[in-house]
Design a protein around this ligand. Structure first.
Ligand SMILES: Nc1ncnc2c1ncn2[C@@H]1O[C@H](COP(=O)(O)OP(=O)(O)OP(=O)(O)O)[C@@H](O)[C@H]1O
Length: 425
């Protein structure tokens, strides 16, 4: 009996589906979106006329629908970004239906009842997600399925000899990478607990693994060592510090090294280390930059690295939980085009990092962020690497180290400060 009902539904569904496709009536949310826009004050009154957001085209993809709209005069992309919640909740405010495609995924065996129960449970909890973009037209992408809330790191993500590191997956399943040789520095921000240290650990592991002989790292871990402690004995780590005073000290050395590299590149008529065929790259990675903001010399050096480091192969990863104008000085920010922002609590914080709102509207999911590089902007879920996997990857590079004295007095650490300048023994 159940089998008859199901097969009848399937053939009925098949015929209906063919009819709907033929008539171009395939389900989409365009009408609903337009209604939500009208109800949430996105239309503009012009005398007696009402200027509306006009649908220009829509396209169905494997992941959902993409709509393109012309926005009326008097509205900006940011007006739509600020209504993102309203649009998304509006689209999800619907009766849940089981459709033909759902039924085709069932296996008609003894487990059919359990499968139907599971299907119904999934349907009740499933949510559409939207993404907004602007390329002269407002783009609204409606995804049938939400982006995964956790994506495990996999060794397949490693690209030996490359300077690209994984940043995250988009809803379309594309992997977004940050290529340090192209995009150079990176700002990472986000409220507490949303995955800043996790992505830093992933970046450090990737750099060590992909470029064991050419990557040189200066690690400033102002969160008491929780982020970088496990890397401090890797042969690639040149400087490691857990407090701002000693970090300020070693940054002076980094600046001297950078100057030497800068002169080697520029004096020989090259634009950057890549053109000069210099293989080494130095990464200055700071986890929590706010704790350095009152150290004027350190901040000046960071600004200098942001300005001149790109040619010299000295790349900055500047990470903070407190994205304010004081913590991210404007000159530093101007020189760092690529930004990765996890969830933040205010629109202002999102604008400090990304120059636009949106990160304050991200869902409450660690690793969910917005990566912006120039005009390109992606919502991503960063892969997560477990500490055991990190340990396994860096194990071959852990060496015995001893602290070395530098001739330059600026490198001498203050008594009791936790600075380590290393050499292999
Ligand atoms: N990409 C991710 N995918 C899934 N879970 C993640 C991801 N990143 C972080 N998490 C989870 O969130 C927790 C907190 O992450 P993390 O320590 O990186 O946050 P944080 O932003 O550095 O916070 P704080 O600024 O307070 O140190 C992790 O222990 C992990 O359980």
């Amino acid at each position: 009996m159940l089998f008859e009902i199901l097969t009848t539904s399937i053939f009925g569904g098949l015929a209906l589906n063919a009819f709907v496709k033929k008539k171009g009536l395939a389900t989409n949310d365009s009408g609903k979106i337009q209604r939500i826009m009208a109800l949430s004050d996105l239309n503009v009154k012009d005398g007696k006329d009402t200027l509306t957001t006009t649908l220009i085209r829509k396209k169905q993809h494997s992941w959902g629908w993409e709509y393109k709209y012309r926005i009326p005069d008097g509205r900006s992309f940011n007006d739509y970004l600020s209504k993102m919640d309203v649009l998304q909740d509006g689209l999800n405010n619907r009766r849940k239906k089981i459709n033909f495609t759902d039924l085709t995924k069932l296996k008609f065996d003894r487990t059919i009842i359990q499968q139907l129960q599971e299907l119904w449970r999934t349907k009740l909890t499933e949510q559409k997600e939207i993404e907004l973009d602007f390329d002269g037209l407002l783009i609204i992408r409606v995804y049938d399925k939400p982006l995964a809330t956790k994506i495990d790191w996999d060794e397949m993500l490693l690209k030996p000899k490359s300077w690209s590191v994984p940043i995250g997956y988009t809803r379309k399943g594309d992997l977004i990478e940050h290529n340090f040789d192209k995009s150079k520095h990176l700002i990472i921000a986000g409220a507490t607990g949303y995955g800043k240290s996790a992505i830093l650990k992933l970046v450090v592991t990737t750099l060590i693994d992909q470029q064991p002989d050419n990557a040189e790292l200066s690690l400033i871990d102002l969160k008491g060592g929780s982020a970088f402690h496990r890397f401090r004995n890797c042969k690639q780590v040149k400087y490691y510090s857990r407090d701002p005073e000693s970090a300020e000290d070693f940054l002076k050395n980094v600046q001297i090294d950078m100057q030497k590299s800068f002169e080697k590149v520029v004096d020989n008529g090259f634009e950057d280390v890549k053109e000069a065929k210099i293989k080494k790259r130095h990464f200055i990675i700071i986890d929590e930059a706010a704790d350095l903001s009152e150290y004027a010399d350190a901040m000046d050096i960071i600004t200098d690295i942001a300005r001149r480091g790109r040619s010299a192969g000295f790349y900055l990863i500047f990470c903070t939980q407190y994205p304010t104008a004081q913590v991210i000085p404007s000159q530093t920010k101007r020189n760092i085009i690529a930004r990765l922002c996890y969830a933040v609590d205010t629109d202002t914080a999102s604008r400090v990092v990304l120059d636009e709102g949106g990160a304050d509207k991200l869902p409450d999911i660690p690793g969910r962020g917005i990566y912006k590089n120039n005009v390109k902007r992606y919502i991503i879920q960063s892969p997560f690497i477990e500490n055991e996997a990190i340990q396994q990857q860096i194990e071959p590079y852990i060496i015995k180290k001893k602290e070395v004295e530098h001739e330059d007095e600026s490198s001498q650490s203050k008594a009791g400060a936790d600075i380590a300048t290393f050499t292999e023994v």
